[in-house]
Design a protein around this ligand. Sequence first.
Ligand SMILES: [Zn+2]
Length: 267
Amino acid sequence: MTGYFSAALCSAVAALISFVPAAAAAECPRKDALGTSRVLAVDPASFPRVGLKSFPQTLPLADREVVLTFDDGPWPATDRKILAALAQECVHATFFLIGRNAAAHPDLVRRMAAEGHTVAHHSFAHPNLKYMKPEAATADIEKGIAAVEAALHGTASTTPTTPFFRFPYFESTPATLETLQKRGIAVFGADLWASDWIPMTPAQQLKLLTERLQAARKGIILLHDPKSQTAAMLPAFLRYLRDNHYRVVHLVPAGAKNRVRQSTLVH
Ligand SMILES: [Zn+2]
């Protein structure tokens, strides 16, 4: 690739990414909170697949910028703590929800959205879609989207409000990836895992995650909100981010920036 072409490509990509300015600091009652530093609008046409653990491309994050993502909720027992910790630090995250959990706890789905978080999709029943026929995989994905949309809006729709999807176990197939791309749904991997499916104490969890972050320096972080060790360590992790000058980036779908009412604090 020539330098000229490379530069042209970079500016083209930059033009496709909208940066939404942070809202007034007054929205966060705590002066020393971590805060959300900026909102990044993601266009699936430009970023159909992101997350270096699974794909060659990821989001354009600067050094020390992180995106907080939580999989497998909603899960009342732990989400109360998770949402409280995020609210305490005035940060916004993305929740990749399982449809059947959303159907069981629609109030919690609406609370996530009402508190300014991004509500994304993670299948209906959390199967390994890689080992299903493409039609069955698509059906489970659509059922999951419909369950989350029904919880959010009272009406089931297979067109997601937020066109972000993460495969259970990161197990995709070329056919399903192509289907999602054609439908304008961005597929999220992650850049950095907490590996919180492995049982450990909250202190061990915090140590593992912060060590990995020190090595990676930035990225999309994968956490699981139903995990009690994650809920327990989250307040300390958010303090760690603040004390070590990391900045939290909140993802929204492109075109939705005018819908972002609650946001963000620059510290
Ligand atoms: Zn999952």
